[in-house]
Design a binder for this molecule. Sequence first.
Ligand SMILES: [Zn+2]
Length: 519
Amino acid sequence: MVSFRRTCSLLDCGNSSMDFGGTNLKYNTVLAKRTMANVRIIIPTPLRQYAGNRDAVEVEAESVREALTDLVERHDQLRRHLFSEDGRLRNFVNVYVNEEDIRYLERDGTALKGGDTISIVPSIAGGSFSLMDRLAAKRKDVLSPSEIKRYSRHLILPEVGMTGQLKLKQSSALIIGAGGLGVPLTQYLSAAGVGRLGIVDFDVIDESNLQRQVLYSTKDVGRKKLEVAKERVAQINPNVDVQGYETRLTSENALDILKDYDVIIDGTDNFPTRYLVNDASVLLQKPNVYGSIFRFEGQASVFDARRGPCYRCLYSQPPPPGLVPSCAEGGVLGVLPGIVGSIQAIETLKLLLGKEDTLIGRLLVFDALKMKFRELKLRKNPECPICGSNPTIKELIDYEEFCGLRGPSEQVGQELQITVDALKERLDQRHEVILLDVREPMEWEIAHLDRAVLMPVGEVPGRVNELNTADEIVVYCKTGVRSARITNFLRELGFRKVKNLVGGIDEWAEKVEPEMPRY
Ligand SMILES: [Zn+2]
């Protein structure tokens, strides 16, 4: 009776049929005297991964039908490779008992005797087996059957088609930064079938990234972004070859990393790297897909000095350090990088496909709060120091210095610094200390020091008369960078007793007031 049940699970009892090369055979279930035989089923190489990596399986069965049913019951993953959804043996799978093709015996009703060997022989030429897939997936000049299925919505687009999809498979793109912009870029470009993706990142996933970097989940906090991104790409599309660069992009390594990619994508969040990526792309004559985000506003463009302007044509100099707050200081709406990064992904695909009408020569500005897209025309600057007619920059420079990040303005003399412990002591001793908070109002709302005065960086020059040069003033921000600048600024104006709180309110929360929320 066990055998009978097995038979029923494969074939629709009483009205079952199997198609072997076009002929439907009807079976009447026979509950006659049964003679079970021990037989051996040889599993072909491409299917072994679905049979626990075994090359043969022993079963007890009366007929080929029973033997195969038993086999797929033990190894369920084999089922879809051997049988179609209606339970018929797939027509590209041939079955032999010893040396005989069962189509010339009793088909799947062929009786078995002890010691028989069943061989499953999938047709290699037209098969859709994973081995075939894996071989074809490695070839750059063809798409495997599973790739055809995967990219079918591209293949039926006249603008992409088979030729375009093969172009994507043969092409490569480098994503610089696996943060807000890098995440959608990584997801969409790998899903779309770009053959080789490079990702440059050395950051670790922080809890504050999760609000917008949707490739990472809560359990990934503390892990390297690059490591998690590589794992996710393998899940999204195992055909993509991912190369990770766990390093900060520098003048020393940039040309070497960028040179192997067709398109460079700038997903960075700081000026030194932005200028570095621009200059390296110009020197290597590669397109640079630009995106940036801040609060509710996003920008995107494509810089390609051979056909249009570069980033320096737009901004030949960076703003002074601190004038433009970073996302950490200014905030960013969670969905915004998803949109800007997706626009960059589209432009990348268009560049790889050789399409016209990219964002070359145009700056797209997106205001999420007003839900408006605007477009500005960008012109090549003939005086551009790197892509103009008489370039003065012929190799990569020191970008930290260029952006003023090594200049004296950021450095505060030792005598102008005060640690959180020292400040605590001053306050405990009831010294008269003015606490000047130079962060933004929203940061103040999260947490601030008792009796502090809020005066955001941008307001200090206009409100300096509210302060007394004779007072002891301690300036603080989140981590001590913005406040250092203000400390120097006040010093220059003649404030003699002004100090910068080292490590800012973040360090205060860590060491002095552990219950204070940190952000
Ligand atoms: Zn330029």
